[in-house]
Design a protein. Structure first.
Ligand code: R2B
Ligand code: URA
Length: 302
């Protein structure tokens, strides 16, 4: 596969523009990005979004909003008088407030539309980050985890979806250079570890992640521990619910991407999230801090 500008293991497209692998789109009078409430003719997407460099996605509106304020502070970006952060998609800034809900279907819909948005807006070489939470495997709560690759429940680095009733499998690859760069931005003074490893993506939080505390459970604690220990042996460091689609779709679109999650529970020690909210809030800032360091360094080097 050809290598592109700044793309280490994704696809190459001229000038770094995001290309769509769908000939239908160019034939349409207008492409309506329904879930983003945007259209390729109703909005000037190039003017609004053409200068985007980074897309940061998270599951909860609060986390994403917090990140937007945090990164503005970090890079010294001021909103024009009279505008607020909610106006951001109207006034063309470097980043936008995109949240997704929980799980692959939710992030999959959003990624379809955000990738199309990148294409219509003629964004060049964007970098996508997923900032999230996860359950650690032998990794204590508060640890930041950088995904080397996303794997499914069969531990294959492969996103499977049904297209016209047939299973299609796509590689769930993340950018290796970006991972190394992020890893290098961990400071030794940080009061937590930053580790790398494989991330397992599941379709369910409870039985699907081997929890004993869902509404349904038909396995024993010994079976659960056996399962989780085996995951650890296979190099899985955390479990969450979006990484497969995120990795596979950004890779297929030739977009460099990384997944930065914090562990909110060590699954080898328990299932329930006991940690007080204030502590969880502080932990959830950690992936944001790492991504902010990357963005700041990028802006300084420009
Ligand atoms: C992490 O946390 C959520 C479940 O609590 C899910 O969206 C995920 O990937
Ligand atoms: N998110 C998950 O999907 N699993 C966990 O254990 C914690 C957060």
């Amino acid at each position: 596969m050809e290598r592109g500008r700044g793309i280490t293991d994704g696809r190459c497209f001229p000038e770094g523009f995001v290309q769509l692998q769908n000939p239908n789109i160019e034939l349409m009078d207008q492409d309506i990005l329904y879930h983003l409430a945007l259209g390729s003719e109703s909005h000037d997407l190039i003017e609004m979004f053409g200068d985007i460099k980074f897309v940061c996605m998270g599951g909860t509106p609060k986390r994403v909003e917090q990140f937007a304020y945090y990164i503005m502070e970090e890079i010294g970006h001021k909103l024009p008088t009279g505008t607020t952060l909610q106006d951001i998609s109207k006034f063309s800034y470097r980043y936008s407030m995109y949240k997704h809900g929980m799980g692959i279907p939710s992030v999959g819909i959003l990624l379809n539309e955000v990738v199309k948005l990148m294409h219509h807006a003629r964004v060049q070489d964007p970098i996508f980050f997923r900032i999230g939470t996860s359950g650690g495997i032998g990794v204590e709560g508060g640890t930041v985890i950088l995904s080397e690759e996303a794997v499914n429940e069969q531990l294959e680095p492969c996103y499977e979806l049904s297209v016209l009733g047939k299973k299609v499998r796509r590689p769930a690859k993340l950018d290796k250079k970006l991972l190394r760069e992020l890893k290098s931005l961990h400071h030794k003074e940080d009061p937590y570890d930053t580790v790398t490893g494989k991330t397992m993506c599941t379709l369910d939080f409870y039985e699907g992640q081997g929890r004993l505390d869902g509404a349904f459970c038909h396995f024993t604690e010994a079976e659960k521990m056996d399962y989780l220990q085996n995951l650890k042996t296979e190099g899985i460091v955390n479990i969450e619910m979006e990484s497969l689609a995120f990795a596979a779709m950004t890779h297929a679109a030739g977009i460099r991407s990384a997944i930065v999650c914090v562990s909110i529970v060590d699954r080898l020690k328990g299932d329930q999230i006991h940690t007080p909210k204030e502590v969880l809030d502080e932990w959830q800032m950690r992936p944001q801090q790492l991504v902010a360091r990357y963005i700041k360094r990028y802006l300084q080097m420009k």
